[in-house]
Design a protein around this ligand. Structure first.
Ligand SMILES: CC(C)(COP(=O)(O)OP(=O)(O)OC[C@H]1O[C@@H](n2cnc3c(N)ncnc32)[C@H](O)[C@@H]1OP(=O)(O)O)[C@@H](O)C(=O)NCCC(=O)NCCS
Length: 329
């Protein structure tokens, strides 16, 4: 089917109010420093959800903004695709909880689990379901409450992650706007480099998991770093090729916000100068599935994405998974 078929008609964002600065980790008992974190990651602070803030509440807030901007009400949604690595419950999906919260009674709703690439995977799945005639109007959400699954005693991961939600409404394309190309891949051989060993059906949560803390995120940071750079570079090339464009045609690169050094390496490979790269990792840390939609919303709100902008979205995450899209606004 001819592209662009679907466009992003409205984008919304929600971040918890509480901001945790790098300087606060010492008081939490972690041997780290603002200097180390800023130098190695570019992160200065992140938003952390309170006990009453859930993926459902944050996603509903982000979705309501996206729907208002798109001029769509909940009853018009045919589809809700939600990406998360930290679902509110293991059963049922967080997507159906948002469906109920929004009152989107006509929608089919389900979660996607592709870690930090989930929101881009979600856009690709939603576009495909629209192309095949299964949906006219879709809501695609990326949300995380990673503070609930991070080991606050592990300095190598605790300093990296944050909470938040981002959402977009997809409608049938008009005026040549929308998704120009997509690319997504995964490699399950590398699953052990970034995972949670316990808490699922293979190793259910029990006293042993509680004692050895194996239900929290575990990561081989250096290895993940190498693969992230390689895969995001590959993903940029593929989406650009698919749209028959080069880095010079891109008005703004919005990469997954994991680490400023990964972002810089990705931009360099794609031939896109840092002035054309959106960065907010300093203020949010790595919000996994929520990272790209939150960055996109900020880029739009600050006027860096306007009518006619050509934007390259790219992400990488546990699995490993990686994905990219070129989108015209
Ligand atoms: C995690 C990461 C920031 C670590 O940076 P790095 O430069 O690779 O650091 P290293 O792993 O080589 O560790 C260097 C030292 O810092 C220490 N260290 C780790 N975390 C620390 C922290 N928060 N504060 C201070 N020291 C820390 C390590 O223990 C190590 O000490 P050692 O040399 O005595 O063993 C980096 O590897 C990274 O960003 N990886 C990708 C992570 C990611 O993006 N994951 C999500 C993908 S979607």
């Amino acid at each position: 089917m001819k592209r662009p078929f679907a466009y992003l008609a409205g984008v919304g964002r929600c971040a918890p109010e509480r901001i945790l600065h790098n300087s606060e980790f010492a008081a939490l008992g972690l041997e780290t420093s603002d200097e180390w974190i800023v130098q190695r990651t570019g992160i200065r602070e992140r938003h952390i959800a309170g006990p009453s803030e859930t993926n459902t509440s944050m996603s509903a807030a982000a979705s309501r903004v996206a729907m208002e901007r798109a001029g769509v009400h909940a009853g018009e949604l045919d589809l809700i695709v939600l990406g998360t690595a930290s679902p509110d419950h293991l059963l049922p999906s967080t997507a159906v909880e948002i469906q109920a919260e929004l009152g989107a009674s006509r929608a089919a709703a389900f979660d996607i689990s592709a870690a930090c690439s989930s929101w881009l995977y979600g856009l690709i799945v939603a576009e495909g379901l629209m192309m095949s005639g299964n949906a006219e109007t879709a809501l695609v959400v990326g949300t995380e409450k990673l503070s609930a699954i991070v080991d606050w005693r592990d300095r190598s991961t605790a300093v990296l992650f944050g909470d938040g939600s981002g959402a977009a409404v997809l409608k049938r394309s008009k005026h040549g706007k929308g998704i120009l190309s997509t690319y997504f891949r995964s490699d399950g051989n590398l699953a052990q480099l970034l995972h949670r060993r316990a808490g699922g059906a293979a190793q259910p949560f029990d006293a042993a998991a509680l004692a050895d803390r194996s239900f929290y995120i575990e990561m081989e940071g250096r290895e993940v770093f190498k693969h992230a750079v390689r895969s995001m570079a590959d993903a940029c090339d593929r989406a650009l090729d698919g749209a028959k464009l080069t880095g010079a045609d891109i008005d703004l690169l919005i990469p997954h916000q994991a680490n400023i050094r990964i972002i810089e390496a990705t931009a360099k490979h794609a031939g896109i100068p840092m002035e054309k790269v959106f960065v907010n990792v300093d203020r949010y840390g790595n919000t996994s599935s929520a990272s790209v939609p939150m960055a996109l919303e900020e880029a739009m709100a600050s006027g860096r994405v306007t009518d006619g902008s050509t934007v390259l979205l790219v992400a990488f995450g546990a699995g490993f998974t990686w994905a990219s899209l070129v989108v015209r606004f």
